[in-house]
Write a protein that binds this ligand. Structure first.
Ligand code: PAF
Length: 257
């Protein structure tokens, strides 16, 4: 696996890959890789000639500075894992490479990004969309892969690509869950043993509740601090706080529910 840090370095690689007629698949990440990322990488490897993964803890999408500080960082371990998986390129930019303008320019969506997670995390999706567009502009992949755990993010990115006529195909991958039903997330590492049990209850209540209201009531009965539970585009999406860690999850809604 070749590690590339600068745009000029990537441009050289990109010319070589393009001239061999190879397709490029891209998995953007913030590191702290887990089974969810692995599933994206494996799909990307299977569907493209060359796979590039980026690791960049994007500061502009953290509305809470404490959350940014606490965000787990493990580049060496991540890099070894990506190498084992057979990834071709690791893109590891620094802040100036991604934000040469110091974030004076940003991408704003005015509808969907203000709801659900957006209603509770001001500026979050602005940061996500801006960084993803910049990464797409640097990498220029044929396909890019996003997890359905961050369902709102995935839909916003798909819409952004349509809105800006961008030449990249967005593919989504199903949520990966641990044996106790908890959707895998870098944040799970921050949970206490009791918090982890509550997280499993959160997953189970979300999956089995008959309506958003029923889920809300059951979560509150368990003393789980709610951010939101809402039905949207055939999914039931929820965010909660457990051990002061914000966890999100979603399930498809069966038509009879
Ligand atoms: O889902 C994530 O890890 C991040 O939001 C992303 C897409 C890598 C942008 O920083």
């Amino acid at each position: 696996m070749q590690t590339v840090r600068a745009v000029a370095g990537w441009n050289t690689v990109r010319v070589e890959v393009e001239s061999s007629g190879h397709t490029i698949g891209f998995v953007p990440t913030m590191g702290a890789l887990h089974a969810g990322h692995t599933s994206l990488v494996e799909r990307c490897l299977a569907e493209n000639d060359k796979t590039v993964v980026s690791i960049f803890v994007n500061p502009t999408q953290f509305n809470d500075p404490k959350d940014l500080e606490k965000y787990p960082r493990s580049v060496d371990v991540d890099s070894r894992r990506l190498e084992e998986l057979g990834v071709d390129y690791l893109f590891l930019p620094d802040r100036v490479t991604v934000y040469p303008d110091d974030y004076r320019y940003r991408l704003t969506e005015t509808d969907l990004s203000t709801r659900l997670c957006g209603a509770h995390r001001p500026g979050h999706f602005e940061g996500v969309l801006t960084v993803v567009m910049r990464l797409f502009n640097i990498i220029r992949p044929h396909r890019a892969y996003f997890g359905e755990k961050d369902y709102q993010q995935y839909r916003l990115i798909e819409d952004m690509v349509t809105a800006f006529l961008m030449d990249v195909e967005i593919r989504s991958c199903p949520i990966v869950r641990d044996a106790d039903g908890v959707a895998v997330s870098s944040r799970n590492a921050l949970l206490s043993a009791d918090g982890r049990k509550l997280a499993a209850e959160f997953a189970s209540i979300l999956k089995n509740g008959d309506s958003a209201l029923a889920v809300r009531n059951s979560l509150e009965d368990r003393g789980i601090h709610l951010d939101y539970v809402e039905d949207w585009l055939g999914r039931r999406l929820a965010a909660v706080f457990i051990d002061e860690v914000r966890l999100i999850d979603n399930v498809e809604i069966e038509s009879e529910k």
